[in-house]
Design a binder for this molecule. Structure first.
Ligand code: PGA
Length: 249
């Protein structure tokens, strides 16, 4: 399976940062066996996609409706119209701050598919849930509720992002990642059959150039969703290199 390395710029980036995105696109071109993309703030999608036509630019959220009275919201069709190729839905920062529920996320994923966007659905437990021994149960429940029924490997990926690992510099033990990704794979296969076998499961949460090789070598870790380390070429390129190397091994 090709590895998928996706940057999530979160609420970072203005027009003067297009050069940094272009630098990342140039670096990504050096690793043709790795699929990569950067999800930028909605305000930059059109500009980045127009200036970098050979590189995948994505959004970080979309509304579940195609249009209507939803002040401040952006539909999947609008992202696609601006040139986005993909969108992240259900990031834990949105689940927490915008109170998004599994059913909302599922509807957003369906809306994105209808607009022909690739979709990354995020799931992940809090530290309290992990400490209580509920991590797998919580993540599988989120997955069950957040994934649309019509799933297929070519447009839908899952990102497992433990909330406590995001932006903290902490990552789970290797065997905990293996156990979680294995459990996610099992559920995908039980629900979608062969398509579930081919769906990519990304790991997210403090992935960087130092730990990417280890994380990407874990069974069922098919890529990464990267926040902080996606903001510059020197931080992002080593992750692309680790992904390329993991395919050779
Ligand atoms: P991080 O963020 O790499 O900065 O931990 C990951 C994410 O939130 O997607």
């Amino acid at each position: 399976m090709r590895k998928y390395i996706v940057g999530n710029w979160k609420m970072n980036g203005v027009a003067s940062d297009i050069g940094a995105i272009a630098g990342i696109a140039d670096a990504a071109a050096l690793y043709p066996l790795v699929d990569s993309a950067i999800c930028v703030p909605a305000t930059l999608v059109h500009r980045a996609a127009s200036e970098l036509p050979g590189f995948s630019i994505g959004g970080q959220d979309c509304h579940m409706q195609p249009s209507g009275a939803h002040t401040g919201c952006i539909s999947a069709g609008m992202l696609a119209d601006a040139g986005a190729k993909l969108v992240i839905v259900g990031h834990s920062e949105r689940r927490a701050a915008q109170f998004e529920q599994d059913g909302d996320i599922r509807a957003k994923a369906e809306a994105a598919k209808a607009s022909r966007l690739d979709v990354i659905v995020c799931v992940g437990e809090t530290l309290e849930e992990r400490d209580a021994g509920q991590a797998i149960e919580v993540v599988l429940r989120q997955l069950e509720g957040s994934l649309p029924d019509s799933s297929a490997a070519d447009w839908l990926s899952v990102a497992y992002e433990p909330v406590w690992a995001i932006g903290t510099g902490r990552i789970p033990e290797e065997n905990d990642v293996a156990e979680m990704h294995g459990a996610i794979r099992e559920q995908l296969v039980a629900r979608f059959g062969d398509a579930g076998q081919g769906m990519r499961i990304l790991y997210g949460g403090s992935m960087n150039g130092d730990n990417a090789a280890m994380l990407l070598a874990i069974p069922n870790v098919d890529g990464g969703l990267i926040g902080g380390a996606s903001l510059s070429v020197p931080k992002f390129e080593p992750i692309l290199a680790a992904a390329a190397k993991s395919i050779e091994e």
